[in-house]
Write a protein that binds this ligand. Structure first.
Ligand code: ACO
Length: 434
């Protein structure tokens, strides 16, 4: 790992009951500093308490860098703005997994693997028949991804053996599973993947092609989807990625760890916010566009309502992904010649919030989820599939993080401590006396 001890102040002093302890200060490649507390408990008998891990680094990582104050996001050292503009999702997936952008030969080999692995075992198709008609797509996705380990048990002994083909298999199949679950939910025949289409084109075709109305894969929409998936591809140690690492650290196979990540992403405070944003914008629309009422609700400490798609644990400025998505939103709607009233509401909501003291004081800005749903809607993706789309995008990041964890000799099973606050020892009263 790219870590060095900070040269100027390479140690911190901690004084407990008059006894001094020294803690190393370590520094990452961009100057972020951390107190190394690995020996804290054995030296002092104390642990740290940090609910929500607001101040806790769980690992050292060379994959994604973000600066929440300046609004910087880089994958493997490349700025997100440049990747979103100049690369395909498949190139970025390769970058996350391997640390380098692929040359043409490497890219073609990766593309070939993605095409080759696109089918799922035919038996798995029967599983779709047994979910209830209104089953949530995220529950189907996490179940089906979990089940993949039974059909492709190649990594049961050594987690890193075959990782490249397993990664390609998973990245390819998740898209087929997502599209099949949608087709099943609307009672349409499944559309199988095609060898001649690229990653995003193939997905769109599996989603929208019908025997009676062939789907035309439009390059502009493919480009938009590539962009969205790139923007969602990794975001260092967020809730779902931490879930993948934590569950993975117990030694489960990659499919099980990714399934855990999908479940974490599902939550409305995390990836589920993209669906919650559209639900919120629709509610405002039905409420006569009274968005100020919703701003007031969001500010009311006695009301649990929050402005979905606003605020972020790390960004205290405009989320750089949201900036790109907002622009892409205007472009996509123009290409498709769609005028969506929800986009106008979103923009008004943003403007009012950004000029409101409550949001200013708390540094709450639109995040990645605020505008993404409007694009997905315009492409034809149903609202209940938005978080599935996020999972498709985030998958290469999850796999890269899982791989990095297994390659790091310092990895240990994730196991936080606690401060016990329950009753101290009590006498047990037999049942008949209670
Ligand atoms: N609307 C209104 N108030 C908010 C919002 C919001 N969207 N977000 C935060 N706040 C307020 C909180 O009420 C709190 O106010 P207080 O200091 O008066 O108590 C303050 O801002 C700080 O908020 P926390 O919840 O402590 O911040 P935290 O870092 O724990 O939470 C989170 C971050 C979960 C993203 C939060 O901003 C939120 O709930 N946003 C809405 C859901 C959302 O968009 N999630 C997607 C995030 S991006 C992603 O995960 C892919």
């Amino acid at each position: 790992m790219l870590l060095k001890k900070n040269k100027q102040t390479n140690r911190a002093e901690l004084k407990i009951n008059g006894v001094k302890y020294h803690l190393d200060i370590i520094e990452g490649s961009t100057g972020e500093k951390a107190l190394d507390i690995r020996q804290l408990r054995s030296d002092t008998g104390l642990i740290t308490l940090d609910p929500g891990y607001k101040n806790t680094g769980s690992c050292c990582s060379s994959i994604t860098y973000l600066d929440g104050e300046k609004g910087i996001l880089n994958y493997r050292g490349y700025a997100i703005e440049e990747l979103a503009e100049k690369c395909s999702f498949v190139e970025v997936a390769y970058l996350l997994l391997h640390g380098e952008l692929p040359n043409l030969e490497q890219l073609n080999r990766f593309r070939h693997l993605l095409r080759r692995y696109a089918l799922i075992h035919e038996d798995m198709i029967h599983f779709f028949d047994h979910f209830p008609p209104n089953a949530t797509p995220m529950s189907i996705l996490s179940s089906m991804v979990n089940v993949l380990c039974n059909y492709y048990p190649e990594m049961s002994d050594d987690p890193l053996e075959n990782i490249d083909s397993t990664a390609a298999r998973l990245i390819s199949k998740i898209r087929t599973i997502a599209a099949f679950s949608y087709k099943k939910s609307i009672g349409h025949p499944l559309v199988y993947p095609r060898y001649d289409l690229d990653y995003c084109g193939n997905f769109l075709n599996m989603m929208f092609d019908r025997p009676v109305i062939p789907y035309e894969v439009k390059p502009e929409i493919v480009a938009t989807l590539n962009k969205l998936l790139i923007l969602q591809a990794d975001h260092e140690q967020n809730c779902s990625t931490s879930a993948v690492r934590l569950v993975g650290s117990a030694g489960v196979n990659l499919y099980a760890a990714i399934s855990a990540g999908i479940n974490a992403l599902w939550g409305p405070l995390h990836g589920g916010a993209n669906q919650a944003v559209i639900d919120m914008l629709e509610a405002i629309y039905k409420d006569g566009n009274d968005f100020k009422k919703y701003i007031e609700k969001a500010k009311d400490p006695d009301d649990p309502f929050r402005l979905s798609g606003f605020g972020h644990r790390v960004y205290k400025t405009y989320d750089p992904r949201a900036k790109i998505i907002k622009k892409a939103c205007d472009e996509t709607l123009a290409i498709l010649n769609i005028s969506d009233p929800l986009l106008d509401i979103a923009k008004q909501l943003e403007e009012v919030a950004l000029n409101d003291d409550y949001f200013k004081k708390r540094k709450l800005y639109p995040n990645v989820d605020f505008y993404s749903g409007i694009i997905y809607r315009a492409i034809g993706i149903p609202t209940n599939m938005f978080t599935v789309m996020f999972a498709l995008g985030r998958l290469p990041g999850w796999i890269a993080q899982w791989k990095e964890m297994w390659e790091d000799p310092e990895t240990k099973i994730g196991r936080p401590r606690q401060i016990y606050a329950g009753p101290t020892k009590r006498e047990l009263i037999p049942l008949h006396e209670r």
